[in-house]
Design a binder for this molecule. Structure first.
Ligand code: NAD
Length: 363
């Protein structure tokens, strides 16, 4: 297959591109605008492959997108390009509306025009895979709020859970999911949607919890935990996500949604403490790394709990995560220890791990 990946220089996109080039005979056209979150250093291992091409463009540029589709004649689109950091969406939602909503709309319209040039057989095999997040579902009851009896049967997000996004980021992703499904129903664009839980792993931009904590810990800086650190996320190792995405684009049914998750529900504070323990073991120093933990004001509108029911992708496509949280987190910490040059180059002066997403004064 000839697969057009958008956002292939980002965290998950680069894991996906590396997975396709290293493990299949498919070709990839990576369309990425290279925002602060996009980095070609993350693709160094595969950039010389004859099956890899790069186009530096904004997905909102309809003319360029049409040219790219006509030039490369993709068999599938895997759409990951997005603004992805909730805290940044609180500080400035505009880019999120532009890329996540208008960008997705632009790609859908370009796909519609492109499909009209294909013969029936090519149309039948084409897929538009929209990569989304579990955050579109809002949040779930938290075990701390329920009595013991009820917390034994805590609900999970299924593919049928209603949308109730809380942040500008998740609302913009929810909007894009709606557009994608509407373009299937109205225009017959063959779409498939995946909603995944929190990813972690190598090449993660250091504004997100896990890489931020690893790097701050190593530099002796405070390890900021929002609120009391009780928020629960369901963590998935990024390479497991990349494998799942490839299974969906190759075997998933058009019109279906697949939730992807690792069944690794952890409180944020637990995650931070686990990183500290791994560092105590790998890079011991006089004091425990956990002594650097500080509690800071919570994120406005912070979702309490996310947890994915991934039984549909398990049973329908036979995908399962290979990493447990313990093995994946250790690999991640080791990767950051071994890749300080990448960490320096992606921060390049524009971002110094400062706190983002605080609102000054309530309305
Ligand atoms: P990321 O922020 O690391 O990467 C996004 C990439 O998109 C970057 O390379 C950036 O340069 C590119 N991009 C941004 N705006 C663009 C534009 N207008 N035109 C072209 N390229 C543009 O994001 P990520 O964490 O890799 O997430 C990828 C996708 O997966 C997103 O759609 C996100 O919503 C979704 N997702 C992420 C997670 C997670 O835990 N990170 C979980 C579930 C779903």
């Amino acid at each position: 297959m000839n697969i057009l990946v958008t956002g292939g220089a980002g965290f998950i996109g680069s894991a996906l591109v590396r997975h396709i080039i290293n493990n299949t005979s498919d070709s990839v056209i990576n369309v990425d605008k290279l925002t602060y979150a996009g980095n070609l250093e993350s693709l160094k291992d595969i950039e010389h492959s004859e099956r890899y091409s790069f186009e530096c463009h904004d997905i909102c540029n309809q003319e360029e997108m049409l040219r790219i589709f006509k030039t490369y004649q993709p068999d599938a689109v895997m759409h990951l390009a997005a603004e992805s950091h909730v805290d940044r969406s609180i500080t400035g939602p505009s880019d999120f509306i532009q890329t996540n909503i208008i960008g997705t709309y632009t790609l859908l319209e370009v796909t519609r025009e492109y499909l009209s040039t294909l013969d029936e057989k090519q149309k039948q095999s084409f897929k538009f895979h929209h990569i989304s997040t579990d955050e579109v579902y809002g949040d779930l009851p938290h075990p701390d709020e329920l009595d013991e009896h009820l917390s034994a049967a805590l609900p999970l997000f299924t593919e049928k859970t209603s949308y109730a996004p809380s942040s500008p980021y998740s609302a913009s992703k929810a909007s894009s999911d709606h557009l994608v499904r509407a373009w299937l129903r109205t225009y017959g664009i063959p779409v498939v949607v995946t909603n995944c839980s929190n990813n972690y792993g190598p090449y993660h931009f250091p504004e997100k919890l896990i890489p931020l904590v690893i790097l701050n810990a190593l530099e002796g800086k405070p390890l900021p935990v929002y609120g009391e650190g009780n928020q629960i996320r369901d963590w998935l190792y990024v390479e497991d996500h990349a494998r799942a995405l490839y299974e969906v684009v190759t075997k998933g049914q058009v019109g279906e949604t697949y939730n992807i998750g690792g069944h690794n529900e952890k409180k944020n504070l637990e995650v931070v403490k686990s990183i500290c323990e791994i560092l105590d073991n790998l890079v011991p120093k006089e004091k425990k790394y956990s002594e650097q933990i500080i509690f800071v004001a919570d994120r406005p509108g912070h979702d309490k709990r996310y947890a994915i029911d991934a039984s549909k992708i398990y049973s329908d496509l036979g995908w399962k995560p290979a990493e447990t949280f313990e093995t994946g987190l250790r690999k991640t910490v080791e990767w950051y220890l071994d890749n300080q040059v990448w960490c320096q180059s992606v921060q390049n002066g524009s971002y110094q791990r400062e706190r983002l997403g605080q609102i000054k004064g309530k309305i």
